[in-house]
Write a protein that binds this ligand. Structure first.
Ligand code: HEC
Length: 138
C-alpha cells in the first residue's frame, strides 16, 4: 500500500500536468484565433474604408484586363500591396497623373513595374487609363 502511493501520486501529477498543458494549449489557440480575427477585421475595415473613399473604383477592379494583368501587384481593390512595393492606384499621386503619364508608365514600365507595351491592346490600355482616372474621382 505504502509502496504504491508514490506511483499513485505521480500518475495524479501527470494527469494534472496533462490537463494543465491541454488548458494552456486551448488558451493559446483562442489567443491565436482572436488575433487572426482582429487582423482580418482590420484588413476588412481598411478595404471598406478605401472603397468608401473611392466609390468609382469598381469599374477598374472588375475589368478582366485589370484582374489578369494588374491585380497581382496592385491588389484586387487597387489599394496596392506592400510586399511587392506596388503602390495604391487610388491615391493623390495617381489622381495627379495625367492620362499621358499613366499611358507612359503602363506602356514602358517604371522601376519594378513591368512594361505592358505589346501585352495589352490599344483599346484595353485606353479603358484602363479611363478607369484609373474615374476611380480617382471621389
Ligand atoms: C509586377 C508588379 C506590377 C504589375 C503586374 C503592375 N504594376 Fe503597376 N506598378 C508596380 C510598381 C512597383 C509601381 C511603382 C513604380 C515606381 O514608381 O517605381 C507601379 C506603378 C504603377 C502606376 C503609377 C502609380 C503612381 O501613382 O505613381 C500605375 C498607374 C500603374 N502601376 C498601373 C498598372 C496597371 C494598369 C497594371 C496592369 C496593366 C500594372 N500597373 C501592373 C508594379 C506592378
Amino acid at each position: 500500500m505504502l509502496a504504491r502511493l508514490p506511483i499513485h501520486g505521480s500518475s495524479n501529477l501527470t494527469a494534472a500536468y496533462t490537463s494543465f498543458s491541454a488548458l494552456c494549449y486551448i488558451y493559446l489557440e483562442v489567443l491565436v484565433k482572436t488575433f487572426r480575427l482582429l487582423l482580418f477585421l482590420a484588413a476588412a475595415c481598411a478595404i471598406a474604408f478605401a472603397g468608401d473613399q473611392y466609390p468609382n473604383a469598381a469599374l477598374l477592379t472588375s475589368n478582366p484586363i485589370y484582374k489578369k494583368n494588374c491585380a497581382a501587384c496592385h491588389g484586387k481593390s487597387a489599394v496596392g500591396r506592400h510586399f511587392n512595393h506596388a503602390p495604391s492606384l487610388l491615391s493623390e499621386k495617381t489622381a495627379a497623373a495625367s492620362p499621358d503619364d499613366l499611358r507612359t508608365i503602363i506602356l514602358k514600365g517604371k522601376g519594378e513595374m513591368p512594361k505592358f507595351s505589346g501585352k495589352i491592346s490599344a483599346a484595353e490600355l485606353d479603358a484602363l487609363i479611363q478607369q484609373i482616372k474615374t476611380a480617382n474621382q471621389k
